[in-house]
Design a protein around this ligand. Structure first.
Ligand code: PEP
Length: 250
């Protein structure tokens, strides 16, 4: 299966002035981790995050990017700007961006293509609402999200993408999908990727679970065959909790 990647999503938390020390703390707390360790930070924290991560195993990611190269897009940040800072990863299509900032499957696809064309590694989010789960359409809905996200992306590029399955009802709610529920959807995602590409390609793609993953439930979730890591919100803001999740990813 894909390479184990544990990525923190700080969202709109932590100040630039807190970032250097915190990333250093993460680096020392995760020194023994066998997974890839990523901190995705607000744009304004990125320079300090990159500076702190230099010479360590920690990689730095952004939480969004624009799909155009440059121009009249007030308030937006381009792939080249992120690369110029030394950023490696970028979260694309988080459910909060889809809900509050009108991101669509189409803009998500454009952003993935832009990130890949520039050499940034995308972490692409998908996930159903509670009503979609209750209506029994979770897998159908996620199949559509994945097909639209990967439209026009070659197998060689697809291997560089990480997919984060994040049931919306589990994000920031303290309600975690059971390991069985998470595995069922992550296996379905792997199935769609197999259909789009090949089994070999699908197996190289990291599929993460995200949604109230914490130090207590990480080991069980990460023991599942098709769960190759986690996208971590709340628990990424405390270095000890985040490190405990990284240690569970073996
Ligand atoms: C997230 O927003 O990506 C997330 C998984 O948040 P939390 O861990 O807080 O549920």
């Amino acid at each position: 299966m894909g390479k184990y990647i544990i990525a923190g999503n700080w969202k709109m938390n932590k100040l630039p002035s807190e970032t250097y020390d915190f990333v250093k703390e993460v680096a020392s707390a995760t020194a023994d981790a066998s997974c890839e360790v990523v901190c995705c930070t607000p744009f304004v924290c990125l320079p300090e995050a990159v500076r702190a991560a230099e010479g360590t195993h920690v990689k730095i990611g952004a939480e969004n990017l624009h799909f155009e190269d440059k121009g009249a897009f007030t308030g937006e940040v381009s792939a080249d700007m992120l690369l110029d800072l030394g950023v490696s990863y970028v979260i694309i299509g988080h459910s909060e961006r889809r809900e509050y900032f009108a991101e669509t499957d189409e803009t998500v696809n454009l952003k993935i293509k832009k990130a890949l064309s520039k050499g940034l590694l995308p972490i692409v989010c998908c996930g159903e609402t509670l009503s979609q789960r209750e209506a029994g359409i979770t897998v159908d809905f996620i199949t559509i999200q994945i097909k639209k996200a990967f439209a026009g992306i070659s197998a060689a590029d697809a291997e560089k993408v990480t997919v984060a399955y994040e049931p919306i009802w589990a994000i920031g709610t303290g309600k975690t999908a059971t390991a069985e529920q998470a595995e069922e959807v992550c296996a379905a995602i792997r199935g769609v990727l197999t259909e789009l590409y090949s089994e070999e390609t699908a197996e190289k793609i990291t599929v993460q679970y995200g949604g109230s993953m914490n130090a207590s439930n990480a080991a069980e979730l990460l023991s599942k065959k098709n769960i190759d890591g986690g996208l971590i919100g709340g628990a990424s803001l405390k270095s000890a909790d985040f490190a405990a999740i990284c240690s569970a990813a073996k």
